[in-house]
Each structure stands twice: as structure tokens, then as C-alpha cells.
Design a protein around this ligand. Structure first.
Ligand code: C2E
Ligand code: MG
Ligand code: MG
Length: 389
């Protein structure tokens, strides 16, 4: 199996264990940062942005369960492995707490550690997807294991919540909550990806209809694959679905990636145009990564341009990224498109993209992807804060 270097955050109060694990993990070719307690953990979690967290269950000023709750509250999607000098039962109980909060829990590591168990566990985080097969994903739809998370989109000028993007998750019985990067590529057959899109649209529009009945007006963005744009029946199907749920098609933004769009056949352009004629909005996603020709922006009736996060994330520090973002914003504005900055993770980036005249923000700084109920709690908090303020 090909080796992938990962960023590992070790949280343990014992300096000897931290040092031992650091050396063992660095020898395996991974990058390591350590934290000794609650505050240094929260700092490292925000700044180091680990791929995996190794968490001690028992520490003097805090415990693993408290930190798991913190991770759950910040909608952490990184796999977490627990370490403990206690027996296997205590590890399993704590793992259940993590799972019940929707975290991606890996198997526990019992102290004293053995190098083979450590290596096996770290290789599992990179290998999971190799074990998953298309058949499992198909069964996951039937077994009701797919979930939608919603990430807020806020207006850049006044911070108002104006929309959300629906993002797919797989609540895997063994591996926990999986991100689309782990499993979407399993859906190679067009029929399979179309069934997933139909599941996504059905759930997302039902949710949007429910929010609308509660008096909440906002847009909802849904990601399409290139197979969807080849299905001639899709526009009418989606129009009927919107009508059934009492949703105005104008509230639904269909996203296609720039990469997919750059290879579109006439048939795909026609399907997208028909969707637009039925009132749905169209967005071009991950803009800047797909090498499309500008003519494509002219030929497909897009209304929104989403700048890829690889440019946004560096833009506050890297002059080249900033210049690229500047040009993309100008391009979007001059074509009359709404511009969205994806991947805004901190205040300096927010200030920068605001100053460049971006219309909307979608990033961890203003809200991570989260289940519908947390999304609504956030919305109500945000609304009451505005009334008070
Ligand atoms: P995308 O459509 O560009 O979605 C945005 C991705 O950026 C999401 O990743 C989101 O969690 C992540 N993101 C947002 N803000 C930040 C930030 O501030 N920092 C960082 N580091 N990341 C941020 P996610 O959910 O893993 O989705 C990845 C991709 O999978 C999506 O990229 C989209 O292309 C695809 N995808 C997700 N849901 C669906 C779906 O229902 N259908 C299809 N066909 N594709 C989907
Ligand atoms: Mg998207
Ligand atoms: Mg994107």
C-alpha cells in the first residue's frame, strides 16, 4: 500500500509518553505535534489542523470525554484514537461516547504501547477506503446510513446567514462518519452516482421545505456529478420534487465543478440550461482548479462562482494566492456572477476576502458542516444575537 504522511496530534499529560510516541510516529514518516492538556490541545487543534488525533483518556485537569465533547461541538471530522492505561472496557465505553456524538472513532490503543498496534492503527486511517467497495455504498443507501450535513453560507457584508451547502456523509457502522472524499469515488457507475444524487436531492429538499414552513428563507446548494448532467429526466424530476416539498426552485443552487464543466458535452450543457429554465440556480464550484476555458462560463448559464479553497486558505499570507483571488473576483463580478469564498478559516482571511468585494463566505470560521438540528440551533442563536444587538 502506498505510504501517506499524516499530521498526528498527540494529547497526553505524561512527557515521557509524548516523547516516546513522537519518536515512534516520526519514524513512521508522519508529522507530529503534542499537547499536554486542554488549552494546548485546543490551540494545536486549531493551528496544526491534524489528520488524526491520539487522545489520552485520563489527564489531571481534564479527561478524554470532555475533549471529545469539545471536538463534537466543533463538528470535528478528523479520526480520533483513544489511549489509556485502563482496560479495554473503559476504552470501548469512551469510544461509544465519541460515536454517539458523531465523531470518527478509531480503535483504542492500550498502554503500554506496542509498535505494531500503533503502526496498524495509523495505516488504517489511510487504508480505510481501500477496504470499502461499491457494493457497500449501494447497501448504505438502502440501510439508511447516508447523512446530509449543512454548512452555513453568510453574506460577506453583514454576516447574515443566507444559505447552506448540503454535504454528504456516510455513517459507517465500523469506521464512523466518513467524508465524501473517502467514498464518492466508489460510485463509478453513472447509475450509482445518480441514485446517490437523487437521495441527496430528496433529503435536502425535504429539509429546505421544512425550514421554509418554519419561516426560514434561505438558499440550499447541492453538488451534482457529471453523470447527473447526462440524465435527460433529471430536470423534470427535480422540478416535481421541489413542488412536492413546497420549495421555490430559485432557492436551490446546483453546483458543478469546474473540472466536470470543462469536459461537458452538448447534452450536459442542455440539461443544465433546462434546469436553469425551470428556475434552479447554477454555480460553478472549485473554480480555479479545473482549467476550463472562459468560453464555458459564457455557454452555461451560471449565476455563482465558488472560488476554490486552495486559493482562499493561503490568501492572507501568500501574495500570489491573493492576486489570483482578486482576479477571480473581478472576473465573476464583471460577468455578473455572485462570488463565494470557500475555505475561510480565520479572521484575517475573512477581512481580506471582504476587502476584495466577495459576496458570500463559506468556511470553518463562519461554520463547519453540521447536522440539520445543530444548524438550526446556530441559526436561532445568530437571529437572537442580532435582535439583541
Ligand atoms: P465542495 O462542494 O467544494 O464542498 C466544500 C468542501 O470544503 C467540504 O468538504 C467542506 O467541508 C470543506 N470546507 C468548507 N470550509 C472549509 C474550511 O474553512 N477549511 C477546510 N479545510 N475545508 C472546508 P467535504 O464535505 O469533505 O466535501 C468534499 C467534496 O465532496 C465537496 O467539495 C464536493 O465536491 C463533494 N461532495 C460533497 N457532498 C456531495 C454530494 O452530495 N454529491 C456530490 N456529487 N459530491 C459531493
Ligand atoms: Mg460544492
Ligand atoms: Mg468547492
Amino acid at each position: 500500500m502506498e505510504h501517506q504522511s499524516q499530521k498526528i496530534l498527540i494529547v497526553d499529560d505524561d512527557p515521557i509518553i509524548r516523547q516516546y510516541l513522537r519518536e515512534a510516529i516520526e519514524l513512521l514518516g508522519h508529522e507530529v505535534q503534542t499537547a499536554s492538556g486542554r488549552d494546548s490541545f485546543k490551540d494545536a487543534y486549531e493551528t496544526f489542523k491534524p489528520d488524526v488525533i491520539l487522545l489520552d483518556l485520563i489527564m489531571p485537569e481534564t479527561d478524554g470525554a470532555e475533549l471529545l465533547k469539545f471536538l463534537a461541538a466543533s463538528h470535528c471530522e478528523i479520526p480520533v484514537a483513544l489511549m489509556s492505561g485502563l482496560d479495554d472496557r473503559a476504552l470501548r465505553a469512551a469510544k461509544r461516547i465519541g460515536n454517539s456524538h458523531g465523531l470518527r472513532m478509531l480503535g483504542g490503543l492500550e498502554k503500554p504501547f506496542n509498535g505494531t498496534a500503533l503502526k496498524e492503527m495509523l495505516s488504517r486511517t489511510g487504508a480505510e477506503k481501500n477496504e470499502l467497495e461499491a457494493q457497500n455504498l449501494l447497501e448504505a443507501i438502502d440501510r439508511g446510513e447516508l447523512r446530509l450535513y449543512y454548512q452555513p453560507q453568510v453574506c460577506a457584508s453583514d454576516g447574515r446567514l443566507v444559505g447552506a451547502e448540503a454535504l454528504l456523509r456516510w455513517q459507517h457502522p465500523e469506521y464512523g462518519m466518513l467524508l465524501p472524499g473517502y467514498f464518492l469515488e466508489l460510485a463509478k457507475e453513472p447509475e450509482m452516482i445518480c441514485s446517490i444524487t437523487r437521495w441527496v436531492c430528496t433529503s435536502a429538499l425535504a429539509q429546505l421545505g421544512q425550514w421554509r414552513r418554519q419561516g426560514i428563507e434561505m438558499t440550499l446548494s447541492i453538488n451534482l456529478s457529471s453523470a447527473d448532467t447526462l440524465a435527460a429526466s433529471f430536470p423534470c424530476w427535480l422540478r416535481d420534487l421541489a413542488a412536492e416539498n413546497g420549495v421555490d426552485p430559485g432557492q436551490v443552487i446546483l453546483e458543478v465543478t469546474e473540472q466536470d464543466a470543462s469536459t461537458y458535452s452538448e447534452q450536459s450543457k442542455e440539461v443544465l440550461t433546462r434546469l436553469r429554465l425551470k428556475g434552479f440556480q447554477l454555480a460553478i464550484d472549485d473554480f480555479g482548479t479545473g482549467y476550463s476555458s472562459l468560453a464555458m462560463l459564457q455557454r452555461v448559464p451560471f449565476g455563482e462562482l465558488k472560488i476554490d479553497r486552495c486559493f482562499i486558505m493561503d490568501s492572507a499570507e501568500d501574495l500570489e494566492s491573493r492576486k489570483i483571488v482578486e482576479v477571480m473576483v473581478t472576473l465573476g463580478q464583471s460577468l455578473g456572477l455572485r462570488t463565494v469564498a470557500e475555505g475561510v478559516e480565520d479572521e484575517p482571511t475573512l477581512e481580506l476576502v471582504r476587502s476584495l468585494g466577495i459576496d458570500m463566505i463559506q468556511g470553518y470560521y463562519t461554520g463547519r458542516p453540521m447536522p440539520a438540528d445543530s444548524f438550526m440551533r446556530g441559526f436561532h442563536r445568530c437571529a437572537s444575537a442580532r435582535q439583541i444587538g
